[in-house]
Structures are given as structure tokens and as C-alpha cells.
Design a protein around this ligand. Sequence first.
Ligand SMILES: [Mg+2]
Length: 111
Amino acid sequence: MNEAITIQEAQEMVDQWIKKYGVRYFDILTNMACLTEEVGEVARVIARKYGEQSFKEGDKANLGEELTDVLWVLICLANQTGVNLTEEFRKNMEKKTRRDSTRHLNNQKLQ
Ligand SMILES: [Mg+2]
């Protein structure tokens, strides 16, 4: 269960799952709404676990599950819009490093 899954493999796994069990992808706007919903579920857990909000009886508090729900829908959106997340992640890391290589080091608020 600890075998690494690449981003590309995750995109393929989601695509195969959708084709086998999901009939088809929800349309892009529906998945955008689903992504927003799942981000809200992450916020709910964090507000209760790390913030000042309290749990109600029956509240579930599985942050890993909720973050993975976000990842799932994000991968769906990438797949259906033709985004290669491996390539984009690499580009994003390069961009952040180019842009912010000294920014946070020089941020006195972080010292
Ligand atoms: Mg969820």
C-alpha cells in the first residue's frame, strides 16, 4: 500500500475509474462546483481540528480523506481539459523558485 503513485499514474487511474464506474466525467462546470464543495469540506475539518470551531456529534474529521477528495476532482478537471499535471507541476516549481527564491528568506515575518 506504500508503493509510490506518480502524478501521471494518478491521472490514468482516475480516467480508468471514470470509464469503468463513472459512465463519464461530470461536465467541467459541475466538477468545478464539486471541487469547491470538497475544498469546503477540507475547511470544515480544519476549522474543527485546528481552529476554534467544535465538532458536532457525528462529524467526521478525516483530513486525509477530504484532501484526497479535492485531489480527485482536481485530477478529473485536469483530465477533461487536457492538462498534464506532471508537466505543469514541474513548470510551477520552476516558476516559484525563479520568482520566490529569496522572497520568503527575506520575509522578516517568517523569522
Ligand atoms: Mg469530501
